[in-house]
Design a protein around this ligand. Structure first.
Ligand code: CMC
Length: 428
């Protein structure tokens, strides 16, 4: 059976044979389909990239119908159970699980790039006391570009490696400083004796004790949450990372842009919105009324639905289990009962069934973060921290891909035709 499709253009009666690779046609192959010599050729119109692949990738595999997520071939369930965040970050970035020596080297480099230039502190000091920590994170990551001008050498492998260490290592420090600024506490510096996640908790929650001791249950739960967020193929923030990267901007500016996309309530900002929604509902008994409002088109059920998953998001399943482990330590947050009731009713409801709307990663993550003591505003920041290796892996893959070009979608112009300028005095 030939791997082609035959297209008959009913406008001209002409026939075209177009190759099919992996279930896709190359959009530029459609350009040969013309009604005249002057015709630019057939294009495809696809707002929101509903059916368009913009790249090939070897990093993350998702089967949305079956609820499968794998990084570099490894199922997310296995990584969440057996791996650590730093090891998974290495896997996502470099394609293979590290050997002992590689992991030691990677951990050493991440641990030893976590300190921020002191001027960054002054920069963060300049933000208003109630600045959203996600806005601080986005701006501060972009500001790092001013400290590391060699980052512009994006085709220098050594420089790319250095910026990768710095970005993965400094994101928790920036996040920690942003949080401490928002609560008026002195910044807590990194502690190299702690794990990546333990140190992050230290930079957030250290008080007057000489040495901060992270709780191992919370440390592991946060590590698992970061593993679950490490990459998610071509979501909007990754698409922005690749898009900005395609103009050869440096990785700090590209990560800042990706984080800005992540901040939106339809993407990584959804975890914050879920908590606001649960607080607004206030009690289990009010859930049916809230669901009725959503069905009537008055807002969305935040933390539900996904462009790709038309089944239970595998990350949400793992998070639900992790939540129970955290609650054993912290006590059960009453919001979990509202969330469980929302999920129960939604999964039985015709509207949610027919629209294939299931809980996504953001539905339960916020409740765990809250139980761990994070303020709601920090939730998207935690998502950004976890996603940084994914953005960097996708950026590197993209700039080294000979098929990639500067991102430049076409448009379908539907505005006015050419017309003569009307002087102000003659306008109606
Ligand atoms: N609550 C109620 N209805 C919904 C929801 C929802 N959460 N999500 C989608 N729908 C409906 C939507 O109204 C539409 O209905 P109809 O066809 O009758 O007009 C249909 O389902 C398809 O929705 P869509 O907006 O066209 O789907 P999309 O693929 O463009 O959007 C989404 C995906 C995630 C933006 C959307 O489901 C949503 O807004 N969810 C809530 C926000 C959220 O939880 N975002 C986090 C996503 S997971 C983390 C991440 O990776 O970003």
């Amino acid at each position: 059976m030939p791997d082609t499709i035959t297209i008959i253009d009913n406008r001209t009666g002409k026939k075209y044979e177009v190759p099919v690779h992996d279930g896709m046609v190359n959009a530029t192959d459609l350009r040969q389909i013309k009604t005249s010599e002057e015709d630019f050729g057939l294009g495809s119109y696809d707002p929101g990239f509903m059916n368009t692949a913009a790249c090939t990738s070897r990093i993350t595999y998702i089967d949305g119908d079956k609820g499968i997520l794998r990084y570099r071939g490894y199922p997310i369930e296995e990584l969440a159970e057996k791996s650590t965040y730093l090891e998974t970050a290495y896997l996502v970035l470099y394609g293979e699980l590290p050997s002992k020596a590689q992991l030691d080297d990677w951990t050493y480099n991440i641990t030893h790039h976590s300190i921020l230039h002191e001027n960054i502190k002054k920069f963060i000091d300049g933000f208003h006391h109630d600045a959203h920590p996600m806005s601080i994170l986005i701006s501060t990551v972009a500001a790092l570009s001013t400290f590391y001008s060699e980052a512009k050498n994006i085709y220098d492998a050594e420089s790319r490696q250095k910026q990768t260490y710095r970005l993965v290592a400094k994101m928790p420090t920036i996040a920690g400083f942003a949080y401490r600024h928002s609560i008026g506490m002195p910044y807590a510096y990194p502690d190299n004796d702690l794990t990546y996640t333990g140190n992050f908790l230290n930079m957030l929650f250290k008080m007057t004790e000489l040495k901060y001791q992270p709780n191992p249950v919370l440390e592991r739960a946060l590590d698992v949450l970061f593993i679950l967020h490490a990459d998610h193929e071509q979501n909007i923030s990754t698409n922005v990372m690749r898009g900005v990267g395609s103009a050869h901007s440096d990785p700090y500016c590209s990560v800042a842009a990706a984080a800005a996309a992540l901040y939106g309530p339809l993407h990584g900002g959804a975890n914050e919105q879920v908590l606001r929604m649960l607080n607004e509902i206030g009690h289990k008994d009010k859930v049916p009324g809230f669901i009725a409002k959503v069905k009537a088109g008055e807002g969305r059920l935040m933390g539900f639905g996904h462009r790709v998953y038309k089944n239970y998001d595998p990350r949400a399943k793992i998070i639900k289990r992790t939540a129970e482990e955290v609650f054993e330590l912290t006590g059960r947050n009453p919001l979990i009962d509202i969330a469980l009731e929302l999920e129960r009713i939604a999964l039985e409801d015709e509207y949610f069934i027919s629209h294939k709307l299931y809980p996504n990663v953001d539905f339960y993550s916020g409740i765990i973060y809250l139980a761990m003591g994070f303020p709601i505003e920090m939730f998207p920041v935690l998502f950004a921290l976890g996603r940084t290796p994914g953005w960097l892996a996708q950026w590197e893959e993209s700039i080294l891909d000979p098929e990639q070009k500067i991102t430049r979608p076409r448009q379908l112009y539907i505005g006015a035709d050419e017309r003569d300028y009307v002087p102000l005095t003659s306008r109606g």
